[in-house]
Design a binder for this molecule. Structure first.
Ligand SMILES: NC(=O)c1ccc[n+]([C@@H]2O[C@H](COP(=O)([O-])OP(=O)(O)OC[C@H]3O[C@@H](n4cnc5c(N)ncnc54)[C@H](O)[C@@H]3O)[C@@H](O)[C@H]2O)c1
Ligand SMILES: O=C(O)C(=O)C[C@@H](O)[C@H](O)[C@H](O)COP(=O)(O)O
Ligand SMILES: [Zn+2]
Length: 356
């Protein structure tokens, strides 16, 4: 497989390296001056951590492996506090660095630990899920959850580099893999319809990490994200488009106590956003959205009786301004816009499309 590189621009540019046997690129991504490296990793992935530690050790760093719980359980205050104590014990200074190895939950936690330690040390991400490669590890959003809601505490802290070792995807469950396809498909709807063509052309192949277009899909989704975050790191406007489908998605994740895969929630959220756009006369992409998501075995419906709970949870969305809910909707394929303050009847009517 050819190694691909995507440059992410902005104040502190960095590279996303995508390929096989690419661990040797890690020291280059970490840059000069780093002595101690804290490898914050998903505790369930020792085989994927080993080559990371080996590449860093060979390059001469003092490497410390710090396992954290798998999945969303990593994004908790207690886990973060444990990392701070360990960083203190290791004597980590501002010239040291964190490397995050795992899915999006691990890289969100590792990124926030790096952002908050000594007010900010370097972080490099080694994402091991499709979702983290195409989305979570790129762009600098980091954070943890609290009982009141998902990602409510965090910081913008861009990595110094991202290493996507595509062979790591082979061990993923189909459920987790297709969760990443939801964010990939999101990139297709908001900016790069070729992604949709590739998935629609052979959905069965798209569901497999060894499918013919895996590296291209990753590169295309990373390019969409890179273009957006290069122009608007702190989400003052354009970056909101990456939140397509997420207003309802985060409410569903909260209702499910974060046990529902993020991408599955985003899939339902995209159908909801597409229906909002249709009802508001903005575009009609609902059937295509449902079809492409269903073709890769992502859900397009959620519990009919959950609406009141979801509506309440949606109010705390970061795109809200005061009491006004704001949604990313599409005015056409790859034409993202905003729907501000839709009336309650429209919100409820759109939910009927996803209600099961
Ligand atoms: N910061 C961002 O911009 C951003 C973007 C999208 C999503 N996210 C966050 O990312 C998280 C979801 O990430 P995720 O889908 O990667 O889930 P995850 O990190 O929860 O991982 C899902 C499961 O996959 C396992 N796993 C990871 N890599 C594996 C591999 N190679 N082989 C086998 N199993 C593996 C994990 O142990 C876990 O059980 C959510 O918290 C979401 O909010 C953040
Ligand atoms: O990078 C972004 O910006 C995104 O919105 C990407 C989303 O896929 C991701 O789930 C993000 O963590 C959501 O952020 P939040 O600000 O809504 O918590
Ligand atoms: Zn997301």
């Amino acid at each position: 497989m050819t190694t691909r590189r995507v440059d992410v621009g902005g104040a502190d540019p960095y590279d996303v390296v995508i390929g096989e046997n690419v661990h040797g690129a890690l020291p280059g991504l970490l840059g000069d001056g780093v002595r101690t490296v804290a490898v914050v990793h998903d505790q369930a992935l020792p085989e994927l951590v080993r080559p990371v530690t080996a590449a860093l050790t060979v390059a001469g760093y003092a490497v410390h492996e710090l396992p954290v719980p798998s999945g969303e359980a990593a994004k908790e205050v207690g886990v973060l506090a444990g990392l701070w104590s360990t960083f203190a014990r290791l004597g980590m200074t501002r010239s040291d660095a964190v490397v995050g190895v795992g899915g999006g939950a691990t890289t969100d936690l590792a990124g926030f630990a790096a952002a908050s330690w000594l007010r900010g040390v370097k972080v490099v991400h080694v994402p091991t899920t499709l979702l983290a490669m195409v989305d979570a590890a790129v762009g600098g959003k980091t954070g943890i959850d609290i009982p009141e809601g998902k990602n409510l505490v965090g910081a913008f802290h861009p990595p110094a580099g991202v290493l996507c070792e595509v062979s790591a995807l082979a061990s993923m469950t189909e459920r987790d893999y297709v969760s990443g396809l939801a964010e990939t498909i999101k990139a297709g709807f908001i900016a790069d319809p070729v992604i949709l063509d590739l998935v629609e052309g052979d959905p069965a192949a798209a569901r497999r990490p060894d499918g013919p277009h895996t590296a291209e899909l990753i590169e295309r989704a990373v390019r969409v994200k890179a273009d957006v975050v290069s122009a608007d790191l702190k989400e003052s406007g354009l970056r909101e488009i990456l939140n397509y489908g997420h207003t309802l998605a985060h409410a569903i994740e909260k209702a499910e106590a974060y046990r529902f895969p993020h991408g599955h929630a985003v899939a339902v959220g995209m159908v909801y956003a597409a229906e909002l756009a249709r009802l508001a006369g903005r575009s009609d992409l609902v059937e295509r959205t449902e079809r492409v998501l269903a073709s890769v075995h992502l859900p397009t419906t959620y519990r009919a009786d959950a609406w009141d709970e979801l509506r309440a949870a949606m109010s705390i969305d970061k795109k809200s301004r005061g009491a006004t809910l704001r949604f990313v909707v599409l005015d056409g394929l790859a034409e993202p816009g905003r729907l501000e303050g839709p009336d309650e009847e429209l919100l409820a009517a759109a939910y009927r499309r996803v209600a099961l």
